[in-house]
Structure formats: C-alpha cells, structure tokens
Design a protein around this ligand. Sequence first.
Ligand SMILES: N[C@@H](CCC(=O)N[C@@H](CS)C(=O)NCC(=O)O)C(=O)O
Length: 198
Amino acid sequence: MKLLYSSASPYSAKCRMAAAYLGLDIEFVAVKTDEEPSLLIDNNPLGKIPCLVREDAPSVFDSATIMQFFNRDTKGKLYPRNPVRRTEAEVLEALCDGVTDCLIAIIYERRFRPEDKQHQPWIDKQWAKVERALDHLDAHLPKTGKSLHGGHFALAALIGYLDLRFAGQWEKGHGKLKTWRKKFERLFPDYEALKPQA
Ligand SMILES: N[C@@H](CCC(=O)N[C@@H](CS)C(=O)NCC(=O)O)C(=O)O
C-alpha cells in the first residue's frame, strides 16, 4: 500500500503517525496537490491528501476513513473497544480535524485569493472557531496512557500544524495543550519526524 501525502499536511501527518504506531507496511509517497498528478487524481477525484492507494482494491480517503481502515486492518488496535471511550476518541478526532479545516481555510484564503479579494471577516470567523475549540481542548485534555488512539494522533497533528503555520498566535491561554504535546512526544518519539513540517 502507498499513502500519498505532503509533509506539511496535518491530515496526512495524523495518518502517517498512526501507520507508524501500528507498524503497518506502507510506502509514504510525497505528492504536490497543486500539480494534480495522475497518481493522486486517479485515486482520489477530489485531488486531496492523504489518500491510501491499495493494490487490486479501491483507494481509501479521507483521513478519518483511512484511520478506520487502519483500525479494521489491525483488528482494532487504533481505537478503544469500550463504546463510550470509542465515541470519545472519535469525537476528539472530529473536533481536531474540524479545527484543522478552519486553519486550512484561513491558509487557502490567503494563499489562493488575491489580496484585495481576501475577506477578513470570514477569516476572523474561522479563527473564532479555532479559539473556541482550543479553549475547549485545553480544558478537556484527553487521558493519555500507554496506548494511543486516533484522537491522540489527530490532536498531535493539529498542534504540529499550529506550530508550523500559526506559531506565536495560538499558545496564549493554551498552556495545557503545550504540556500535552511534550507528554505525547515522550510516548511517541516519531512525532518529531512525522509532525507537519515545511
Ligand atoms: N477532510 C479531508 C481533508 C483533506 C485536505 O483538505 N487535504 C489538503 C492538504 S492538508 C489537500 O489535499 N488540499 C488540496 C486541495 O484541496 O486541493 C481529510 O481529512 O482527509
């Protein structure tokens, strides 16, 4: 299997970290989404990463679906079996991915629109969602024991993306999230190599 990714992509980082944690035999293939290579659009018409390309089987996207595929492929090693804990892990992942959606929307507004067409109130609305969600996460940090789950990887990918693109803008009032990142790094030493990076 091949996982199409880019090094800065937070959704890709989530899946790459999970794959490494599970010890899956997957080749990571870097792609440039802007160039729309056929390897990507033939496997995901949306032209988005991450995308898992399988031999003799349809490709799998998006990142949450890939995580569930990894979980089934490892007979349940990526999410808790207990139904209450499982729902908590999935909601945590949905929240972190949702914050990431807001951050990506801000980045794309600035990157793809000419300066005079960028709409600051819309950017501000996205940032308000980010702040609200970070406040919530800081106040409700997930428990992190020896075994990690999909929600932990989503949170670690989100923090890595904040560090990469919004350094100096997100940390104030979110000290517990910063401490959590250090704890996560100790439990998952590959974080430094796999977190979103330029
Ligand atoms: N909901 C999707 C979002 C994926 C996504 O937006 N990925 C970005 C890179 S971080 C992308 O491929 N952007 C290229 C594009 O939108 O054309 C997921 O969780 O996989």
